[in-house]
Design a protein around this ligand. Structure first.
Ligand code: DC
Length: 223
């Protein structure tokens, strides 16, 4: 087994940004587990599948071919050979992904894939249930958090930069809904593992969060 850094937390805490930066800095493979659920959600949209049709969604999860490749120092996500790195980040996908990821059979499929992607490698992995379910014995376990208004502000600015038309109120509403969904999942619900280190990023800059987490990782490595 390689060295595993596991990070969980709700949407908009900066997990994605931070793990990318730390992966590059410390030479770890970055595995964004939310992207695996986003790929299933994208395919559900592409195939016009009704969200109540769980069987059809499970079928998508069982047959989809997801690949993550490190290209030009950036992680690229592929679904059945197509690069979907941008497509999985749209508000349409964000809106349904939490519901798609609540289906137990979908989770079992994705967790199997996530463990496979990490096999034998030194990884930094972020999601909702990495410290509690996917890798409960990870070498480093961190729970990132921030006030919901601050998280919505960050996501709103990100959408604005991309030219996506969403109001702050819509983003806030969506994040609140996702928080609730993520915390109430039957399997892999978002919660802080007892032995995870809590990092509140509300009033921290990205470099400050990076330094704090790098220090935690380096301490664990030297033990
Ligand atoms: O981190 P993200 O916003 O890209 O995650 C997308 C969705 O996937 C989110 O609503 C929760 C879900 N998710 C999950 O259930 N388990 C994970 N390990 C990662 C994400």
């Amino acid at each position: 087994m390689g060295f595993i850094v596991a990070i969980d937390g709700p949407a908009g805490t900066g997990k994605g940004t931070i793990t990318k930066r730390i992966a590059k800095r410390l030479g770890l493979i970055n595995i964004d587990t939310g992207a695996t659920y986003r790929c299933v959600a994208l395919e559900v949209l592409n195939q016009n599948i009704d969200l109540h049709n769980q069987e059809a969604i499970i079928q998508v999860a069982k047959t989809i071919h997801i690949d993550m490749k490190q290209e030009k120092e950036q992680q690229q996500v592929y679904v059945n050979g197509e690069n979907v790195t941008e497509k999985i980040r749209t508000p349409e996908v964000s809106k349904i992904v939490s519901q798609v990821s609540s289906i137990i059979e979908v989770r079992l499929q994705m967790v199997e894939l996530q463990r496979k992607l990490a096999q034998g490698k030194d990884v930094i992995m972020e999601g909702r249930d990495i410290t509690t379910y996917v890798f409960p014995h990870a070498d480093v376990k961190i729970y990132m958090d921030a006030k919901v208004e601050e998280r919505a502000k960050r996501r709103f600015l990100e959408y604005q930069e991309k030219g996506l038309k969403q109001t702050y109120e819509e983003v806030l509403e969506d994040i609140k809904k996702r928080d609730k969904n993520d915390k109430e999942k039957e399997l892999g619900a978002l919660k802080q593992a007892e032995d995870a280190i809590y990092v509140d990023t509300t009033y921290m800059t990205i470099p400050e969060v990076e330094e704090k987490i790098v220090a935690i990782i380096q301490k664990a490595k030297s033990n």
